[in-house]
Design a protein around this ligand. Structure first.
Ligand SMILES: *[C@@H]1O[C@H](CO)[C@@H](O)[C@H](O)[C@H]1NC(C)=O
Ligand SMILES: [Cu+2]
Length: 128
């Protein structure tokens, strides 16, 4: 045998790199909320959410005009009642990436005017 130890080491490193690349690809998708319509009035987010897979650590990307909208992560009660005064977090850039590291259902609303009541709200179920 010409190259035992060295070849095995090279092979091991190659396999490790492949595993890392695959794990990375599986872990970190970017999910555009609302698809091409983005975060706006007049989009059915129930339909969108029910046809969209979100895994832990995926980035939910909210694209919108920051003069018109924002994004608030809220409790289920606040989601149901469209209460905007006690969000868990508030995002206002117009190009927000929001990541949930654990499985569960998360509630996001627009906190401007009556947009939430008009349907700018989405419940996202994060799971493997
Ligand atoms: C998600 O990311 C967090 C922090 O970056 C990390 O600790 C955790 O292991 C990741 N979870 C998964 C399922 O990849
Ligand atoms: Cu809005």
């Amino acid at each position: 045998m010409a190259c035992q130890g060295r070849c095995n080491a090279v092979r091991t490193v190659a396999v490790l790199l492949c595993v890392m690349v695959l794990a990375e690809a599986a872990a970190a998708a970017v999910v555009n909320v609302g698809g091409t319509k983005g975060w706006n009035l007049g989009v059915n987010y129930q339909t969108w959410a029910s046809s969209t897979k979100v895994r832990p650590n995926d980035s939910l990307f909210f694209k919108y005009d920051p003069r018109l909208h924002n994004v608030m992560v809220v409790s289920k009660a606040d989601y149901d009642s469209c209460k905007t005064t006690s969000p868990w977090s508030k995002h206002t850039s117009g190009k927000d990436s929001i990541k949930f590291t654990k499985s569960g259902t998360y509630y996001l609303i627009c906190g401007i005017g009556t947009h939430c009541k008009a349907g700018m709200k989405v419940a996202v179920t994060v799971r493997w």
